[in-house]
Write a protein that binds this ligand. Structure first.
Ligand SMILES: Nc1nc2c(ncn2[C@@H]2O[C@H](COP(=O)(O)OP(=O)(O)OP(=O)(O)O)[C@@H](O)[C@H]2O)c(=O)[nH]1
Length: 260
C-alpha cells in the first residue's frame, strides 16, 4: 500500500474509532487493538529505518575517511619515491663524478696514473703481453717560462687530443706526470710498438697552437719497453723510463727502446 493511501486509511479508522456513533459496535475494540498494534509496528519499522540510515551514513563516512587516508598515504608514498629517485640519481651522478675525478686527470680528461696502474696490474695478473711507451714533451719548461702556464696547458690539451685520436681503440694513454704520458699498447710487442710510437711522435710534432701572432709546436721523446712475464708492471715502467732518459740524453725528439 502506498504511504498516502495508508495515511488516509489510518486517518479514516481513527475517525471511526473516535466517533460516538460507533461506540457500541462489537468490532470496535478489535479494530482499536489492530489500529494500536499497526501504529506501534509502524513506529518500530520507522525506528529501524532510522537506525539503518544512520548506520549507512556512518559506513559511508567511514569509507570516505578510509579512502581519503588511503589517497593521502598514496600521495605521500609517491612524493617519497620521487624524492628517493631524485636522491638516488644525485648519488649516482656524484659517484660517477667521484669515480671520474679519482681515475682521470682534470686538465686533459685522460686516465690518470692510478687508473693505468690498475689496468697494468690486471694485465700482469692475467699474464697478457704489452708494451709501454713513456712520452715526455721536450723543453716544456721553456714554453711555460716564455709564454705562461695557460699556454702550456693549452698545448697539453692539444697534444692529448692528437694522442687520443691517433691511438688504436684498445690502446690506453694516461697522463703520467706533468708533461709525461704513458701509453699502454696491449697485445703488442716491441717490434710492433716502435712504428706506432714513431708515427705518433711525427703526428705530435705537427700539433700547433696559436698565441698572439706566434704558432707554437713541440717535439717529444719516448722510451719503450716490453713487459716480461713474471715481472711487476713497475719494472716495465722503470725500463721505459730508462729508455726515455737515453732518448733525452741522445738529443731528444726520438724514440728509443729498452732491450736490456
Ligand atoms: N702548463 C703546465 N705545465 C706543467 C704542468 N705540469 C708540469 N708542468 C711543467 O712542465 C715543466 C717540466 O719541466 P722539466 O721537467 O724541467 O722538463 P722540460 O723542460 O720539459 O725539459 P726536458 O724534459 O728535459 O726536455 C715544468 O716547468 C712544470 O712546471 C701542467 O699541468 N701545466
Amino acid at each position: 500500500m502506498k504511504t498516502r493511501d495508508e495515511e488516509a486509511l489510518l486517518s479514516h479508522i481513527a475517525t471511526l474509532l473516535g466517533s460516538p456513533e460507533h461506540a457500541g459496535n462489537p468490532l470496535r475494540d478489535a479494530l482499536q487493538d489492530l489500529y494500536q498494534q499497526h501504529c506501534e509496528q509502524r513506529e518500530q519499522v520507522q525506528r529501524l529505518i532510522n537506525i539503518s540510515d544512520r548506520y549507512q551514513l556512518l559506513a559511508m563516512e567511514a569509507r570516505q575517511v578510509t579512502q581519503a587516508r588511503y589517497e593521502d598515504s598514496l600521495r605521500r608514498q609517491r612524493k617519497l619515491s620521487r624524492i628517493s629517485d631524485g636522491y638516488q640519481a644525485l648519488m649516482r651522478d656524484r659517484n660517477r663524478a667521484l669515480h671520474q675525478a679519482s681515475t682521470h686527470d682534470p686538465l686533459t680528461d685522460l686516465p690518470n696514473r692510478r687508473m693505468i696502474s690498475e689496468r697494468l696490474e690486471a694485465l700482469v695478473n692475467e699474464r697478457r703481453g704489452f708494451t709501454l711507451a713513456l712520452l715526455d714533451i721536450d723543453h716544456f719548461k721553456l714554453i711555460n717560462d716564455c709564454h705562461g702556464h695557460d699556454v702550456g696547458d693549452r698545448l697539453l690539451v692539444a697534444i692529448t687530443r692528437t694522442l687520443s685520436t691517433t691511438l688504436r681503440d684498445y690502446d690506453l694513454c694516461a697522463r703520467w706526470g706533468g708533461e709525461e704520458f704513458l701509453l699502454l699498447l696491449a697485445n703488442t710487442d716491441l717490434d710492433e710498438a716502435q712504428p706506432i710510437v714513431e708515427r705518433l711522435r711525427a703526428c705530435l710534432a705537427d700539433v700547433t697552437i696559436c698565441t698572439g701572432d706566434q704558432k707554437l709546436s713541440v717535439t717529444i721523446s719516448a722510451g719503450l719497453s716490453q713487459h716480461r712475464f713474471g715481472e711487476p708492471h713497475q719494472a716495465t715502467i722503470k725500463r721505459a723510463d730508462q729508455a726515455l732518459l737515453d732518448a733525452k740524453r741522445a738529443g731528444r725528439n726520438r724514440c728509443l727502446s729498452n732491450i736490456s
